[in-house]
Ligand binder design. Structure first.
Ligand code: MG
Length: 381
């Protein structure tokens, strides 16, 4: 039975961890001349009886600022409140930060707190999150994102990398494009297409960098190679251009992970800028908002395939939501990153290319406490 007193929120903490040895760049980072950090902000919400819920806020190079948003802007809004009022706490956080938030890092901060609240609710009720969301337990097909740019990665290494994902049991992989000339990028895709054979599906992700004309020319070539979707071809800020591209190509346009909350996704969906909707619990508004975006997509006859980028908690959160939304697939990475396991414990399990939903209370993740020391983010000099 719920006893509201013991579910009052006592504290909200943001813990920074980072694994920066093997990072690579996508086209957006390459063209902006920026790093593509996979830092992870772990958000911990504790109740007065000592129960702790965990979430993750995706933060790329802005981890200190997102941590500050969690602890300075959001914590005072939820401390002292009942932890089970997840949706009303989302509204409170969104509206209280509305003047400075609505997009970007504040929504990422809200995402971590929201996810932690769902985890907490599951733990308090002894139920896995997917059950709280009314979803049945079923395997969810995964696809593997790779083919990032790295100076020492030639086409041969790229092909080996993508092959390793197929050897791990996955039949769908993704390649980053947009970082080199059109000719060079198409050669990369062609080489992978040739090497993997017809049983394997390939998607391409341009991470926002093309103008409409280039996206059209690249898209026509990708169609000839049987690419299954063209992700974030154009900047998220130009939904009309994306819609124009979507009308001209047969290949589905997927995106836009760089959009935030149901409000921005509503515009993308209503303008027909996407054929496949991609969003992420650790970034676009938490589990609460991922469900809302999923409902919106469903009402327009579009699938939602969750995005994934960095830590392990966010992936598991998206996986629970994906079960409720009815997602046909979920994105995953297999490149070496010891943080993933240290944060998710055994909650990430796959077999024959599909992920099993964790069946423990809450998200089902168990953070290994040494992670915070072992992968401590080095302070800037
Ligand atoms: Mg992407």
């Amino acid at each position: 039975m719920l006893r509201s007193r013991r579910m009052k929120i006592k504290s909200v903490q943001a813990r920074k961890v980072s694994y920066r040895e093997s990072y690579e760049r996508d086209a957006l980072a390459l063209r902006a001349g920026s790093e593509h950090y996979m830092d992870v902000l772990v958000v911990m919400v504790e109740t007065v009886d000592g129960a702790v819920g965990v979430g993750e806020s995706l933060s790329y190079g802005g981890i200190d600022t997102v941590a500050s948003a969690v602890e300075k802007m959001l914590a005072p809004l939820v401390i002292g409140q009942e932890s089970y009022g997840v949706r009303s706490l989302w509204e409170r956080m969104y509206k209280a930060t509305y003047r400075l938030g609505r997009r970007g890092l504040v929504i990422s901060a809200i995402s971590g707190v929201d996810t932690a609240l769902w985890d907490l609710l599951g733990k308090e009720l002894g139920s896995p999150v997917y059950k709280l969301l009314g979803a049945a337990r079923r395997p969810i097909k995964g696809y593997i994102t790779g083919g990032y740019y790295r100076e020492d990665k030639d086409i041969k290494k790229l092909v080996e990398e993508e092959k390793s994902y197929v050897q791990a049991g996955f039949d769908t992989v993704k390649i980053k494009i947009g970082g080199l000339s059109m000719k060079e990028d198409l050669e990369r895709v062609f080489a992978v297409r040739e090497a993997l054979g017809k049983q394997v599906s390939i998607a391409c992700d341009a991470n926002n960098v093309y103008d409409l004309n280039t996206a059209m020319r690249v898209g026509r070539e990708l169609e000839k190679l049987g690419v299954i979707f063209f992700e974030e071809p154009i900047m998220t800020d130009y939904p009309d251009l994306s819609a124009s591209l979507a009308r001209s190509l047969d290949m589905p346009i997927a995106g836009y992970e760089t959009a935030y909350t149901k409000f921005e996704y509503r515009d993308l969906i209503e303008k027909h800028a996407v054929d496949i909707v991609q969003a992420d619990a650790s970034w676009n508004g938490g589990i609460t908002e991922l469900l809302n975006i999923g409902t919106l997509a469903s009402a327009h006859g579009l699938p939602l395939i969750p995005h994934y980028s960095a830590g392990g908690i966010g992936f598991v959160a998206s996986l629970h939501a994906a079960a409720a939304i009815g997602s046909p697939m979920i994105e995953y990475h297999l490149r070496p990153n010891p943080l993933r396991k240290k944060l998710a414990g055994d909650a990430i399990k796959y077999e024959s290319g599909s992920f099993q939903l964790p069946d423990k209370p809450g998200l089902g993740v168990s953070i290994q406490p040494e992670v915070f020391e072992e992968f401590k983010l080095a302070e800037a000099a």
